[in-house]
Design a protein around this ligand. Structure first.
Ligand SMILES: [Zn+2]
Length: 130
């Protein structure tokens, strides 16, 4: 899908709760490589969960319990929506995030935007080999 993070039907799979959202957005860079500031502008419940049907997805069970999600078959998920503005002032975007599910570490699918490497992943044992 080519609208990663830009649509409520394809949110950023940051996982790790509110801290995960902040960590992700803190690593997001605009097309000129500048950092961004961000503000949560709302939440919305989504029932179209086809985005969860992909390989390598991890559900944060503790958070899911709080959100009353059924791990095997969630019926809806609360997404957060952030207004993101870059430091160069030329770029802004609205980003949808799912803090309950962790997926591939990818930037949003907006042309030129990138994601700084996660410092906490450096030297980490790749998943599946531990
Ligand atoms: Zn910019």
């Amino acid at each position: 899908m080519d609208d990663y993070g830009l649509s409520p039907s394809n949110p950023v799979l940051c996982g790790k709760g509110p801290a995960g959202e902040e960590q992700y957005l803190g690593r997001l860079r605009c097309p000129t490589g500048r950092t961004v500031s961000f503000k949560r502008i709302g939440s919305r419940r989504v029932n179209d969960l086809r985005y969860l049907q992909q390989a390598g997805l991890a559900l944060d069970s503790e958070l899911a319990e709080i959100a009353r999600l059924i791990p095997d078959e969630p019926v809806c998920v609360m997404l957060d929506c952030y207004a993101v503005v870059c430091a160069c002032g030329s770029h802004s975007v609205k980003v949808y995030m799912d803090m309950y599910h962790a997926g591939p570490d990818l930037p949003i699918s907006q042309e030129g935007w990138s994601l700084d490497p996660d410092p906490r992943r450096e030297g980490a044992v790749p998943r599946g080999t531990a």
